[in-house]
Design a protein around this ligand. Structure first.
Ligand SMILES: [Zn+2]
Length: 395
């Protein structure tokens, strides 16, 4: 079950002088290609889902496949919400299975960026999930030509970076030092002195967005100066696009013929990046250094007094509705015993993404109100136990 704690994964990269690729995926072809390449390289990898891409696929439908791919992998994997636009987006991402989230409020003035980022960090801490913040502005849109989204690059300053990280508590920082999202004409000029100064001042893993189009030497110097996570998408989309165009030019008709070979094309570019950024053959060391990311099952077995069957079903329905949106809650299931003579007739099975949620859930006002007013008055006879799931074989 090599879904692992992302903070520890990036700490390993930061301490050992390489960068983990965070590859944005927009379809199952991307997912399979990224995992194939990572396993071929024996490398840690981050499966990244960007909110700006949610118009291209159904995030809620995609996540079970992404989680399944991570859980069956033989290399360490983290799942990241890229460019989360709001606190609500971050909660949704975590509850669907992301174990890292980015809050992108970098277009706001510093004070507002700090306030928005801090709110996400406070929520995510209660879920055990690390947060990436961004300071400065990396213009452009992933997968599009950069000149279509000109905007001015706003470089990250050392003083602002120090203040932002101190006041928000973010775990990783995306910096703006000259890259842009999407395709750029010519080679971008990167401010390595600025990057080195930020790295010296902060000492936390730094993140680069807009990795497409950088030279091998530029990547090497980024990593030397504290970059531990590189976001990468446009070149993968282009590799797939080139293959599709070639298929069509060769007379391909029909969906499967038109997209034939795009997985291999994407995987080839992912593999090139992983090897270039130093992640190859790091999988075993990362697995040894990182806690597995395992959920907790919060189980309650109970009997009801003063509620008939219809009342019981109404109470359970309300619970499913009220409890599911609480941060860190992945699943809320309610059940009725199959055997008439069962010792406990009803159950809750609530899945938390991480043990930290045991406390934050208990204190959450929506949980308190529901438990105090709707559940406990009728369910004096109950047992409640939290189980840490164990799915990885011990060696
Ligand atoms: Zn980005």
């Amino acid at each position: 079950m090599p879904l692992v704690n992302m903070k520890q994964m990036l700490a390993h990269a930061h301490a050992n002088g390489y960068a983990v690729g965070a590859f944005d995926l927009v379809s199952l072809d991307f997912l399979e290609a990224i995992m194939d390449a990572a396993e071929r390289c024996r490398a840690p990898v981050i499966l990244s889902l960007a909110e700006s891409h949610f118009e291209y696929f159904d995030f809620e439908l995609a996540m079970p496949a992404v989680v399944a791919a991570a859980r069956r992998a033989k290399v360490p994997v983290a799942i990241h919400l890229d460019h989360g636009e709001s606190l609500a987006s971050a909660v949704r991402g975590i509850n669907l299975g992301c174990n890292g989230v980015m809050v992108d409020a970098s277009h706001l003035p510093l004070e507002e960026n700090i306030a928005a980022s801090r709110a996400v960090v406070e929520m995510a801490r209660g879920c055990g999930v690390p947060v990436e913040g961004e300071l400065g502005y990396v213009p452009g849109v992933e997968g599009e030509d950069a000149e279509r989204h000109p905007g001015e690059i706003t470089y990250t300053s050392v003083e602002d970076a120090r203040r932002y990280v101190d006041e928000t508590g973010v775990d990783f920082l995306a910096v703006s030092i000259g890259t842009v999202h999407g395709r750029m004409k010519g080679e971008p000029k990167l401010d390595f002195e600025r990057l080195a100064a930020i790295d010296q001042a902060l000492g936390i893993p730094l993140v680069i967005h807009g990795g497409t189009g950088l030279s091998d030497d530029q990547f090497r110097r980024l990593i030397e100066n504290g970059v531990s996570k590189i976001n990468y998408y446009t070149a993968l989309a282009d590799a797939a696009g080139v293959r599709i165009a070639a298929n069509v030019a060769a007379g391909a008709k029909g969906y499967t013929a038109v997209v034939a070979g795009i997985r291999q094309a994407i995987a080839q570019e992912v593999e090139r990046c992983i090897r270039l950024w130093g992640g190859a053959d790091q999988a075993d060391a990362v697995l040894a250094a990182c806690e597995p990311w395992e959920p907790v099952e919060h189980i309650i077995l109970y009997n009801l007094e003063g509620l008939d069957e219809q009342g019981a079903r109404a109470m359970m329905a309300e619970g499913r509705r009220v409890l599911a949106p609480i941060p860190g809650v992945e699943v809320v299931d309610t059940g009725i015993a199959v055997q008439e003579n069962a010792k406990y007739r009803y159950c809750w099975r609530i899945r938390f993404c991480h043990p930290a949620v045991i406390d934050s859930y208990r204190e959450h006002p929506d949980h308190k109100a529901f438990a105090d007013q709707r559940f406990r008055p009728h369910a004096g006879d109950r047992v409640s136990i939290d189980y840490q799931l164990v799915t990885r074989d011990s060696e």
